[in-house]
Design a protein around this ligand. Structure first.
Ligand SMILES: NC(=O)c1ccc[n+]([C@@H]2O[C@H](COP(=O)([O-])OP(=O)(O)OC[C@H]3O[C@@H](n4cnc5c(N)ncnc54)[C@H](OP(=O)(O)O)[C@@H]3O)[C@@H](O)[C@H]2O)c1
Length: 280
């Protein structure tokens, strides 16, 4: 029997990067999928890729929604339950990263924006999911980051939101353990996705700059995170809850001086500034 056959998995941020790869992982294991994203075209592509894994059409539901809009988040849960009648796994993956530091011009705007998408939206959706997860004895996997455990250079707002994701994970795990619902998080290092390349630094330089920050000498791939998410959602993790699992090539155990050279972060900040200039 397929590992996730008969299970319903809801994944936010499923239109790109880690979320899209996670959808494929669960599709390969026979899960029914509710896939959430803002970009309709990318979301549809993700759904088609899942169907290509052999899922029947009714097993893949796409929901175009902005996680920063409360009514959209409510609609996500309503549509999932209306379509599938239950929920077994919630993957709170949608999120953003931005660069800032004290006294930078954009800090308060970034802080509000990142808090809303990385933390508030996950809290709202999880809260709505709780009765369904209790009914199914299901589980939650939250997206966090290396930056939840250690300080990532020039990423003040982002670091704070990821630390909040870790604490949220522990709070939920404690609240829901006696109800048979497990809650864990993944804490990736730098993973090669559109989020990372979106800073405007060429891919070969990303590998050069970011790879060095990870003791294993490279950045990670979406599939490496997706597999860990599926593991945490599986019966193989049946006694694991409240865990924040590093998937970062050892970055969280490395010496702080090694992992935070300002020069590395500067390359990304320059890329981000250039992106902003082009957009204006
Ligand atoms: N890549 C890394 O190095 C890394 C490391 C640690 C943690 N993470 C986290 O992993 C998660 C996935 O990131 P990724 O690297 O796969 O980046 P990505 O390819 O840019 O994917 C981000 C996903 O989040 C969705 N999203 C963003 N804002 C949203 C909103 N307001 N409403 C609904 N969906 C929204 C995007 O949807 P649209 O396509 O519709 O915009 C997209 O599907 C993020 O939370 C990120 O912070 C990434």
């Amino acid at each position: 029997m397929e590992e996730f056959g008969g299970k319903v998995v809801l994944i936010t941020g499923a239109s790109s990067g880690i979320g899209a790869e996670t959808a494929l992982e669960f599709a390969s294991s026979g899960a029914s999928l509710a896939l959430v994203g803002r970009d309709e075209e990318r979301l549809e592509k993700s759904a088609q890729d899942c169907l290509a894994k052999g899922l029947s059409k009714e097993k893949v539901l796409t929901i175009k929604a902005d996680m920063c809009i409360e009514d959209d988040v409510k609609r996500i849960m309503d549509s999932t339950i209306t379509h599938f009648g239950k929920l077994d796994v919630l993957v709170n993956n949608a999120g953003l990263a931005k660069l800032d530091f004290l006294k930078s011009d954009e800090i308060m705007q970034n802080f509000d924006e990142l808090l809303k998408i990385n933390v508030r939206s996950a809290v709202q959706l999880t809260n709505l999911a709780v009765p369904h997860l209790i009914a199914s004895k299901g589980c939650v996997v939250n997206m966090s980051s290396f930056a939840g455990k250690r300080v990532s250079s020039m990423s003040l707002s982002y670091n704070i939101t990821r630390a909040a994701n870790d604490q949220f994970t522990r709070c939920c795990a404690l609240d829901l353990a006696s109800k048979g619902v497990r809650v864990n998080a993944v804490n990736p290092g730098a993973i090669e996705t559109p989020l990372l390349t979106g800073f405007g630094v060429p891919v070969d330089q990303i590998e050069e700059v970011m790879g060095k920050l990870h003791p294993m000498g490279r950045v990670g791939q979406s599939s490496e995170v997706a597999k860990a998410i599926k593991f945490l959602a599986s019966d193989a993790a049946s006694f694991i809850t409240g865990e924040t699992l590093s998937i970062d090539g050892g970055r969280h155990v490395a010496c702080a001086r090694k992992q935070c050279p300002h020069s590395s972060a500067s390359a990304f900040r320059k890329g981000e500034e250039e992106n902003r200039r082009i957009r204006r």
